[in-house]
Design a protein around this ligand. Structure first.
Ligand code: AMP
Length: 214
């Protein structure tokens, strides 16, 4: 099964992707994670993407499509892919159609996480992850059971994204509405779009996602 999680920054795409990965054995393909890894590694792609990401803009379609195309050549994607943060523009959605056809893969569902913009700034500003296993936490909504210790792996190292600040969030939400929201109509036309209430608590969102996937 190959699915897309669609929604603005802070909607909970990464959280639901991790849960689906554990439950269904799917592979999470997060272009944000891949680009951040490229920046850290100082690759060509990373050097080109860094400033745009810091400002909350969108990295060029050519670069992102190239990264995804390469990733889809790896054998593990045969287990099924959760696209998280991709596609984000109409050219990316069209390119994904082509890539999937080329690789003999099909798109099963597009889960649209419906949220209030106003709540996203608070969600993003307070979030952080375990530096070891990537489990997500939040200053207000989801603290570890034991302060400073990851529930999942016991690590005491945590990290925050550089772009998770109020100014950048505003730019990222603007990009979402200008470039990504049109994909709702794009995928509605295919009959594969399923809305879920991204404002519900995490377990309820998961229940709705599972129901949407059937
Ligand atoms: P994310 O982790 O999905 O919030 O992505 C973090 C940043 O990476 C975004 O604000 C963009 O600068 C860049 N990025 C991630 N995915 C894409 C994409 N599909 N197209 C363009 N830029 C992207």
């Amino acid at each position: 099964m190959n699915i897309i999680l669609l929604g603005p920054p802070g909607a909970g795409k990464g959280t639901q992707a991790r849960i689906l990965m554990e439950r269904r054995g799917l592979v999470q393909l997060s272009t944000g994670d891949m680009l951040r890894a490229a920046v850290t590694a100082g690759t060509d792609v990373g050097r080109k993407a860094e400033a745009v990401m810091k400002a909350g803009g969108l990295v060029s379609d050519d670069i992102v499509i190239g990264v995804v195309g390469d990733r889809l050549d790896a054998p593990d994607v045969k287990a099924g892919v959760i696209f998280d943060g991709f596609p984000r523009t109409t050219p990316q959605a069209e390119a994904l159609d082509g890539l999937l056809a080329e690789k003999g893969m099909t798109l099963d569902a597009v889960v649209n996480m419906v949220v209030d913009d106003a709540a996203m700034v608070g969600r993003i500003s307070g979030r952080y992850t375990c530096a070891n296993c990537g489990e997500g936490y939040h200053d207000v909504d989801k603290a570890p059971a034991v302060a400073g210790v990851c529930d999942k792996c016991g690590s005491t190292e945590f990290k925050r994204r550089k772009d998770d600040n109020a100014e950048t969030v505003a730019a990222r939400l603007k990009e979402y509405h200008a470039e990504t929201a049109p994909l709702i109509a794009y995928y509605k036309a295919t009959g594969k779009l399923r809305d879920v209430d991204g404002m519900a608590e995490i377990g309820e969102v998961t229940r709705q996602v599972e129901a949407a996937l059937g």
